[in-house]
Design a protein around this ligand. Structure first.
Ligand SMILES: Nc1ccn([C@@H]2O[C@H](COP(=O)(O)OP(=O)(O)OP(=O)(O)O)[C@@H](O)[C@H]2O)c(=O)n1
Length: 390
């Protein structure tokens, strides 16, 4: 694996050059996901920087350079630099002093190795110099990345006790690119899984959905289930649901459908609306996600005509329902629900008094129109004729 960060779109960003100039290249390094994912050749989402400068100094220097600072997690030494190409989190080097697994008490530090030592995995503790792009690797992260090994820094149990969410982060990275399993880590995660009960539900939900959003997390989730880890955060899912998830993902791949974490969460739950609603509330999902999950739980398993389904539910929901049912989604490609061409006014014009009778006739005609596969306006006139003479 390269010992220098390959050039990537983000390493050439002019606004990042301004950030580096403001803080001073010698006082900072790029770190975390951006370095890891650039080395993997993957798309980079968020950019994190580590710095030896005190947060107050970071704020002063950013302001002096005309870059807006937001003290996002100032207790933890994080200042967000607002930049046109995307914000960057600048975090002062730290070492953990004490932690209860949910919140860490930290001290600012001078030493890059101390900062590396408090991080979760070797592959996440790679530091790139902003000027030369040379990488500092204190714990063999480059080798691990090359071998696609997700390895805790030092003792897995200790790392997990510092932050119990690291159990789910381990599985997420494992599902993303882990090539070999680390017995020690697997055992530590299984053993400490009950500690996740104390985590904030939002954090747990975010990680679970992030695992579900990966291209193929079925095997990892199966392992989490077999080892009792999934049971702690999603006790509603049993063997049958794990099988359903495997089938869904295989079907998604056959259909070329993009992964959807919510659709996959629905597969991991029994088709029970009340239960789905409880899970959504427990995981603090948004109202719209909660509604979607409840609708997905209401799936009947009875095959329905794709266009009729999409007309009633919207194309995206219909696609999810068809995929969960193992049906083809091909008829929905490029299909837009047509507009029902009949208006109440046309019925009133035919002598029906305005009121519930108009609504009833509209509904009768619309139902027939859907059943016939959305024929044109001439046929709708005929359907209206029939309905009026019924
Ligand atoms: N529980 C955690 C969370 C984060 N980190 C450290 O903080 C960095 C940034 O964390 P975050 O942005 O949450 O994740 P990334 O590793 O950047 O990966 P992704 O964006 O894919 O989640 C990580 O690389 C890791 O070094 C950690 O040690 N323990």
């Amino acid at each position: 694996m390269a010992t220098t960060l390959p050039k990537a779109d983000w390493t050439q960003r002019e606004d990042l050059a301004r950030l580096v100039a403001a803080l001073g290249a010698e006082h900072m390094r790029w770190v975390g996901g951006a370095v890891r994912d650039t080395l993997l050749g993957d798309e980079v989402k968020d950019i994190d920087a580590a710095t030896t400068l005190h947060p107050d100094t970071v704020i002063e220097r950013l302001e002096a350079a005309g870059i807006k600072p937001i003290p996002t997690g100032i207790d933890h030494g994080t200042v967000t630099a607002v930049l046109p190409g995307g914000n960057v989190e600048v975090t002062t080097l730290r070492k953990d002093v004490a932690t209860d697994g949910r919140r860490a008490t930290i001290a600012f530090a001078e030493d890059w190795r101390d900062d590396a030592a408090r991080r979760d995995f070797t592959i996440n503790a790679l530091y790139a110099h902003p000027d030369t792009l040379a990488i500092d690797d204190y714990f063999g992260g480059l080798d691990d990345l090359q071998a696609r090994r997700v390895r805790f820094i030092g003792d897995a149990r200790e790392r997990i006790r510092e932050d119990h969410l690291r159990i789910l982060r381990y599985y997420r990275f494992q599902a993303r690119f882990g090539a070999e399993l680390d017995d020690e880590a697997e055992q530590a995660c299984a053993e400490l899984a009950p500690t996740m009960k104390g985590l904030s539900r939002e954090r747990v939900a975010m990680e679970l959905l992030a695992i579900l959003a990966l291209p193929d997390p079925a095997e990892t989730l199966r392992r989490m289930h077999d080892r009792g880890v999934l049971d702690v955060i999603l006790p509603e899912s049993g063997d049958a649901q794990l099988d359903a998830l495997g089938a869904l993902i295989a079907h998604e791949q056959a259909e070329n459908a993009a992964p959807s974490p919510l659709r996959r969460l629905a597969a991991l739950l029994p088709a029970d609306v009340k239960l789905a609603d409880q899970v959504a509330a427990r995981l603090r999902l948004s109202n719209s996600q909660r509604k979607q999950l409840a609708r997905l739980a209401k799936r009947s398993g009875a095959p329905e005509r794709p266009h009729a389904l999409a007309y009633r539910e919207g194309v995206s929901m219909a696609r999810d329902l068809l995929l969960l049912d193992g049906q083809t989604t091909a008829p929905l490609a490029g299909w837009k629900p047509p507009r029902f061409p009949l208006k109440g006014g046309a019925i009133v014009a035919r002598g029906v008094g305005a009121g519930p009778e108009v609504a009833r006739i509209l509904q009768v005609v619309e139902t027939r129109w859907i059943a016939e596969g959305f024929p044109d306006a001439a046929r709708v006139d005929q359907l209206l004729e029939d309905a009026l003479s019924d």
